[in-house]
Design a protein around this ligand. Structure first.
Ligand SMILES: *Cc1c(COP(=O)(O)O)cnc(C)c1O
Length: 459
C-alpha cells in the first residue's frame, strides 16, 4: 500500500492559514477551573501578587477565563513562521503494520531545534518579557526541553536567560546543557549555592542530585531578587495551554482542509500543556455542543496524577513558594521513581484539564514504561521518526486504540500528539535495548503518605 493520493501523507497549511489568535478553552467552560490561591491568605491570587513573579501580560492571560480568542502579536507570529505550521501526518505505514481499519494521524511538534512543542510557549513568554522592558527571565528545567526552548526564544528577542537545571540531568545530559549555552543561556546545576533555597537544601541533604520542585524554588527566588527579571514556567499554567492552542488550531484547520474529522484525540500529559493545546478547539466544540469527540490523556504508571491522584488544592512546587492550585495531584512531596520520560514526572496537572476531567469530559489512562518503549521502537522502525519517551506514551495509547478498532471491526479516526524527538534520550533507549528497563508503580500506601501532606485547604 502506498500513501493514498486522495489523502496526503503530510498536510501543511498555507502561511495565510496560520492561527492569528490563540483559543482560550476556559471561556467556553460553564464551570471554570478553580482559582489559584495565595498560600498565605488562602484567597484567590490577585494580579498584583502574580506580577511580582510573572510578566504582566502573562498574568493577564493567566487570570482571563472569559475571552475566547486572544490575538497573537505580530512579533510572535513572525517567530512561529520560522517553524510552523507543524505537519499533520497520516500514519499509513503504522496502520498497515497494525492491520487496523482505523485511520491514524499525528501532529508532529519535533521539527525545531529544541525538539518539542515547548517552543510554542517559550516564544510567547520571552516576547512579553521583552515588551515589558525586562532584562531577562529565570526558569528551571528537568529533562532539558523547556530550558532549550526558552534559550532559543531569549536569544531571538535579546533577553538574558538563567536556567536552573536539576543536577542529575545537568550531569547526565551534557549535550542539552551545551545547546542552551550555545543559545546564550547561563545554566546552573540545582541545588546551587547561589540562592537561599539552594543553600538550605544543600546543607540539609549534602550530595543531593536535586529535584524539579527544588529547581523551581531556586528559579523563583532568583527572579524576585534580581532587578528586571521575572520567572517563567513551561507547563501546567493556563497561559501555557493558551499558547499551545496553536497545535490544535492548526490540526483542526488541516482536518477541515482534507475533509476528515478525528473521533478520538490522544496526548501524553505531564503538566498538560501539549494535550490542552491539541484538544483546545475540539473541546471548544464539545463544550458548545457542536460536535463530540473522545479525549484521552496518557500518563506514566509511575506518576499517575489523573488516574490515581486526588482532586485538591496543592502547592505547585516542593518549596511551597508558588500559589496553591486545585488540580489532580499526587502531593507536592511526591517524587516519582526513576522514569525516563522526564517531562512527565510532575506531581500535579493543569487546573483546566483537571476540571474537564472531573466533569467527565475527558478520559485518562496510565501506561508502563517498558510498554511505552516497545511502542516507541515500533514507531521509529515503521514511521521513521525517533520519538521522545514522553510522546511515546501517546503512541502506545494510539496503537492500543487502533488495535481495539481492529478487534471490533470499527473504522475510527485517531489523532495523537507527537510532541517531540528523542535524540537526547539515548541513555533511556540504551537501557531498553539492553533489557535493563523496569517498571515501577507507586503503592497505595506510598500515595496515601503523600496525600497526608496535602495543605489543609486541599483536604
Ligand atoms: C515537556 C514535554 C511533555 C510534557 O509536558 P506537557 O506540559 O504535559 O505537554 C511531553 N512531551 C515532550 C517532548 C516534552 O518535552
Amino acid at each position: 500500500m502506498s500513501p493514498s493520493k486522495a489523502v496526503p501523507y503530510k498536510t501543511y497549511l498555507e502561511e495565510n492559514e496560520l492561527p492569528r489568535a490563540w483559543y482560550n478553552m476556559r471561556a467556553d467552560m460553564e464551570k471554570k477551573p478553580a482559582p489559584l490561591l495565595n498560600p498565605a491568605t488562602l484567597k484567590p491570587v490577585s494580579a498584583e501578587d502574580l506580577e511580582k513573579v510573572f510578566c504582566r501580560e502573562l498574568v493577564k492571560q493567566e487570570l482571563d477565563d472569559t475571552t475566547p480568542f486572544i490575538p497573537i502579536p505580530q512579533g510572535i507570529q513572525d517567530f512561529y513562521r520560522m517553524f510552523r505550521p507543524s505537519p499533520l501526518v497520516r500514519a499509513y505505514f503504522l496502520e498497515r503494520a497494525l492491520g487496523t481499519p482505523a485511520k491514524i494521524y499525528y501532529k508532529f511538534e519535533g521539527n525545531n531545534t529544541s525538539g518539542s512543542h515547548k517552543l510554542n510557549s517559550a516564544v510567547a513568554q520571552a516576547y512579553y518579557a521583552k515588551e515589558q522592558g525586562l532584562k531577562g527571565v529565570t526558569t528551571e528545567t528537568g529533562a532539558g526541553q523547556w530550558g532549550t526552548a526558552l534559550s532559543m526564544a531569549c536569544a531571538f528577542y535579546g533577553l538574558e536567560c538563567k536556567v536552573f537545571m536539576v543536577k542529575c540531568s545537568y550531569e547526565q545530559k551534557p549535550f542539552r546543557r551545551e545547546v542552551m549555552r550555545t543559545y546564550g543561556a547561563s545554566v546552573t546545576p540545582s541545588p546551587s549555592m547561589e540562592t537561599e533555597a539552594g543553600r538550605r537544601i544543600n546543607a540539609a541533604h549534602p550530595g543531593t542530585t536535586g529535584s524539579l520542585g527544588c529547581a523551581i524554588s531556586e528559579a523563583v527566588e532568583a527572579a524576585v531578587s534580581k532587578d528586571g527579571f521575572r520567572y517563567v514556567l513551561g507547563s501546567v499554567l493556563a497561559q501555557v495551554l493558551l499558547h499551545q492552542s496553536v497545535i490544535g488550531l492548526e490540526a483542526k484547520k488541516a482536518f477541515d482542509k482534507i475533509g476528515e474529522k478525528p473521533d478520538v484525540i490522544i496526548g501524553c500529559a505531564g503538566g498538560g500543556s501539549n494535550l490542552g493545546g491539541l484538544i483546545a478547539p475540539f473541546m471548544g466544540e464539545k463544550l458548545r455542543g457542536e460536535a463530540d469527540y473522545r479525549f484521552i490523556a496518557v500518563e506514566p504508571a509511575s506518576c499517575p496524577s489523573f488516574t490515581r491522584g486526588r482532586y485538591a488544592y496543592d502547592f505547585c512546587d516542593t518549596g511551597r513558594v508558588c500559589p496553591l492550585q486545585k488540580m489532580y495531584t499526587l502531593g507536592h512531596d511526591f517524587i516519582p521513581s526513576a522514569n525516563h520520560a522526564g517531562g512527565l514526572r510532575y506531581h500535579g496537572m493543569s487546573a483546566t484539564l483537571s476540571e474537564l476531567y472531573a466533569q467527565g469530559l475527558m478520559e485518562a489512562v496510565s501506561v508502563e514504561q517498558t510498554a511505552v518503549f516497545e511502542a516507541a521502537e515500533k514507531f521509529a522502525r515503521i514511521e521513521g521518526i525517533l520519538p521522545a519517551p514522553e510522546s511515546s506514551h501517546a503512541i502506545k495509547a494510539a496503537i492500543d486504540e487502533a488495535l481495539r478498532c481492529k478487534a471490533e471491526g470499527r473504522e475510527k479516526t485517531i489523532l495523537f500528539g507527537l510532541t517531540g524527538t528523542g535524540y537526547f534520550d539515548m541513555v533511556a533507549y540504551g537501557k531498553y535495548n539492553d533489557r535493563e528497563m523496569t517498571d515501577s508503580i507507586p503503592t497505595d500506601a506510598e500515595l496515601e503518605a503523600s496525600f497526608a501532606k496535602l495543605p489543609a485547604a486541599g483536604r
